[in-house]
Each structure stands twice: as C-alpha cells, then as structure tokens.
Design a binder for this molecule. Structure first.
Ligand SMILES: Nc1ncnc2c1ncn2[C@@H]1O[C@H](COP(=O)(O)OP(=O)(O)OP(=O)(O)O)[C@@H](O)[C@H]1O
Ligand SMILES: [Mg+2]
Length: 491
C-alpha cells in the first residue's frame, strides 16, 4: 500500500518517508503504522483488477458451427421480438416488475416457438428468452457486454462487427445485431431516453447511458458502412493510487512526488492519447486534495468521481434540435469562477475554454487540473497554443506561451503501450520561459528496456537525479521530500 508522505510542520525535522510514531489525527488509512516495507513495484504488465466471471461471449475466434447456432438464435429472437411487440402491452411494461416481465416474455416466447414450429433445447431456449429480455428492457445484443465487468469499451462498426476492450486489448466478439435496422433501433432507444435525436440530418450524437457510461454514435450516411457506436463503460470503482502502482502505471517515488505536487496546489495537466487513462489518472490524483477544499468539476460527460466531501459537479449541454440551449464548458467555467472554488477541475480541455482555464490557473485558482489530448509534454503545450489560436483571441505566440508557462506547472504524460498496458511515461515540470521557448525539465520517465517473448513491454521508471524546481515550495508546505526519490539512474 502506498504510504502517503507525512506532512511536516513548516520547520521540518530530518526528512523521512517513514511515518513517525504519531499517526495523523484524521487517521487516514494510508498511514497504517503496521506496514513495514512497501511492496516492490512489479514491472510486469498491469493485470486487470480482480474480476468476477467473464461474459460467455469472450471468444473472438469462433468455430463456424457456433457461429451458425448464434445466427439462428438471433433470427428466432428477432421474430419473437416482433410478435412480442404486437402482443405485449407496452404501457404496462413500464410498471411491471422484472420478474413479472420475465414470466410474460417467457410465456409469449414459448407460445411463439410452438406456433413457428421451432424446437430448441433448454439452454438455447433460455438464451433466446434472455436475449428477448435484453431487447425489451436492455440494449439488445450488447446488454451482456454492458453487464460484463471485464469490458472497458464497446466499439460497434455496423451491425455485424462488435469489438470490446478488455485489459487494454481489443477483441472481436461473436455478438451481432440482426441488421442495420436492429442497430438503429437500439441507438434510437438510447438517444431518445435522453431527449436527443439522431438521423440523416444530425448524424452524430453524444449521450450518457443510464449507468453513467459514455456513448457516441455516428449513423449513415456519414458512417459509410453502417452505424458506428463507441461506449466507454462507467466503472463504479475508480482505480486508486494503490491499484495504479500495483498495475505498474507508476511507482511509489512518483506517487510521493505527485502527492506533494497536488497538495501544494501546482497546476497540473494530464496529457495522453485516447483511452490512455487520462480521466482515471485525474481521478486518482484528486485523491490527494485536502477534504477541506471546495472543488468544482466541469465535464462534457460527468465521469469523475472525487472522494472529497465538498464537490460541485457540472456537465455541459449540447444544443437541442432547434439549435438552442447549449451550455458549453466555457460557460460553466466562467460561472464556476463565481462559485468560490478552491480548485477547478476540467475533465478535458479541448476548445475555447482554454483561455478561461489558463486565466483561472493564473489568478488564484491554483491547484487546478485538467486533461488534454496529446502525445508528449511538448505536444501538450503545442495543443494549448493551437487551442488559444483557434479561439480567435489575437495573442502573439510569445504572449500565449508566457500565459501557458506561468499557468501550468506540471505535465503528466500517460500512454497506452502496444501491449495494452497504461503507464505514466513522463512527469515534466514547466520551469519558465527563455526567449520565446518554454523551458521544461523531465523529473521521471518510463524507460523501455525491451520486450519479452509474450510481447510484453519491459522497462523501469527512472529519474535523472534532477531535483524538482518546486523543492522550495514543497518544503514551505511541509513536504520535504527525501532526495532519493529523484535518484534512479539516467533519463
Ligand atoms: N493504469 C491502468 N491500468 C489498467 N487499466 C486502466 C489504467 N488506466 C486506465 N485504465 C482503464 O482504461 C480505460 C480508459 O481509461 P480513461 O477513461 O481514464 O481514459 P481516457 O484517456 O480518459 O480516455 P478518453 O480519451 O476516451 O477520455 C478505463 O476503463 C480505465 O479503467
Ligand atoms: Mg477521459
């Protein structure tokens, strides 16, 4: 378990990472005196969190017989569904309990099978009935994937191709929709539940499923070979600092450093590619924020789950079908400034809110955090510059760089490597400007050493021995970090 650095009063005694005799008053679980040595951080590939049973649909390589059987069951299920819609009282459906509904659905299914002259063995029949239930109350064929806790993402490329991501790896599933119309019906079901519409005239939509999962759909004609759907599953249990260390996302020295950085209110940008773990990292970092602080979060889709008591959550809203009522992240950010926040957390900075975000960071809302879509710390800066330029604010490059350099203290770069593992590949401090150039220093990085026979990437987290430029600040706040956290070999 990661033992948090125990903050010392401003005039510190000898630096030490070992918790002293006294436990902090709040008796944080992290400060268990029993823990003797921290577990070594394995460099093998992150295992997914302990998972309950995987779904039956895991096989990506299916034998043709099985494929045929599933296609037949799907046909039967769709026929039965048609009958069901004719017979079932849809208004009563809303009020029926799951059990009643299941009984009703089973009865109609059995009768339908008899009338169609179809004989199924018991397990196939059960599968058809479950599938029907999923059609009626759930999201059809993808419902089992939504229920499967080992699945992180569901990616649908037209009705016949559905991929999932498990433990960082994409796999093709045997799950199919009957046809494009079937897929469209499920998409409609999702978007109409949130009062939106998707069709040829507005062919894409963002929505949130009832369980909090993030949903995006793009339908034909813009989607060329059938509707494209992407779902990022909502996980109730966000990965903690401890789990991330255990999975090899970063090591204890880095965690100690990040604890100091967050606690001393550095402005932090988490940068990474799509699905690299930006939101997860932001969420975990927020765990270092003091409970006494007032935090306001701003997101396009509310995903963050902060553990603090005092959190105001806001979510932007797209325009309605008449093109009215949009509330952008920028609007929310401006409003947030009037809400007396100690810290502002923007889920992802991607547009003109960048100006207000940097201004907030520069003017008293230090300790703010956000994520950005970029592949390196330099790239993150370039993205910020671009975003500023795109807002139409006439700012010379040097001025926008100066703005960025004084607003942002730290860039945490994460990446999903080819083997599916997600790692913090660099922690970089912004130290100022020299001429037109923003100065940075890398404090930690992940150094690859090779690849093993299973394709797993080997490597270690290293630090070049450079002391943090914020050492003095850390010290003033009671975080006199032991210098050996920076000693770890060459960068
Ligand atoms: N270090 C890690 N080890 C294992 N799984 C991880 C790790 N970090 C994140 N994940 C998982 O990866 C998935 C994607 O993470 P997350 O949503 O944080 O990515 P993101 O970069 O914010 O994605 P997007 O660009 O789509 O917003 C989640 O299901 C999360 O639980
Ligand atoms: Mg995200």
């Amino acid at each position: 378990m990661f033992r948090r650095f125990e903050k010392k009063p401003a005039k510190p005694a000898a630096p030490s990472l070992v918790p002293g005799g006294k436990a902090p008053e709040a008796a944080k679980p992290a400060a268990k005196p029993a823990a003797k040595t921290a577990p070594a951080v394995g460099l093998d590939i992150p295992k997914p969190a302990p998972k309950p049973k995987p779904a039956q649909s895991a096989a990506s390589q299916m034998d043709p017989k099985e494929e045929k059987r599933m296609a037949r069951l799907l046909d039967i299920r769709m026929d039965l569904h048609k009958r069901l819609l004719e017979t079932l009282n849809l208004a009563a459906l809303e009020r029926a309990s799951d059990e009643d509904l299941r009984r009703e659905v089973s009865a109609i299914a059995r009768e339908g099978l008899r009338e169609m002259g179809i004989v199924l063995n018991a397990s196939d029949q059960e599968e058809v009935i479950q599938g029907l239930m999923d059609e009626v109350v759930g999201l059809g064929p993808i419902q089992p994937l939504l229920d499967d806790p080992t699945v992180n993402d569901i990616l649908i490329n037209g009705s016949q191709q559905i991929f999932v991501e498990r433990a960082g790896k994409l796999e093709l599933t045997p799950v199919r929709f009957k046809d494009e119309r079937h897929l469209m019906r499920i998409i409609d079901k999702i978007v109409s539940a949130v009062g939106r519409r998707v069709d040829e005239s507005s062919p894409y939509v963002d929505a949130r499923l009832a369980d909090g999962s993030r949903f995006n759909a793009m339908v034909p004609p813009c989607a060329v070979d059938g509707s494209l759907v992407s779902i990022r599953k909502f996980t109730k249990e966000k990965l903690s600092i401890d789990q991330l260390i255990e999975f090899g996302a970063f090591n204890e020295a880095m965690a100690t450093y990040l604890q100091a950085a967050v606690s001393t209110r550095l402005n932090i940008i988490v940068s990474g590619g799509t699905g690299s773990g930006k939101t997860t990292t932001l969420n975990a970092l927020s765990g270092f924020i003091d409970d006494a602080e007032r935090i306001v979060t701003i997101e396009d889709t509310a995903e963050l789950q902060l553990q603090q008591v005092h959190v105001g959550r806001m979510e932007s809203r797209p325009a309605n079908v008449e093109g009215k009522g949009e509330v952008s992240q920028r609007d929310l950010l401006r409003n947030a400034l009037r809400m007396r926040p100690d810290r502002i957390i923007v889920g992802e900075t991607r547009g003109d809110e960048v100006i207000d975000m940097l201004q907030a960071m520069n003017t008293g809302h230090d300790g703010s955090m956000t994520t950005i879509h970029a592949n390196s710390a330099r790239d993150a800066i370039a993205r910020l510059e671009n975003m500023i330029a795109m807002t139409g604010v006439e700012l010379p490059l040097k001025a926008s760089r100066a703005q960025i350099a004084s607003a942002v203290n730290l860039i945490v770069q994460i990446s999903r490597l080819q083997d599916g593992s997600r790692r913090m590949i660099s922690i970089t401090e912004i130290t100022g400007m020299e001429g037109d150039i923003i100065q940075m220093q890398e404090i930690f990085k992940f150094k690859r050493t090779g690849i093993d026979e299973n394709g797993k990437i080997l490597g270690e987290f290293v630090s070049g021995g450079l002391r943090s430029a914020y050492t003095e600040r850390f010290k003033q706040w009671g975080f006199e970090l032991p210098s050996d956290i920076y000693a770890g070999g060459d960068l």
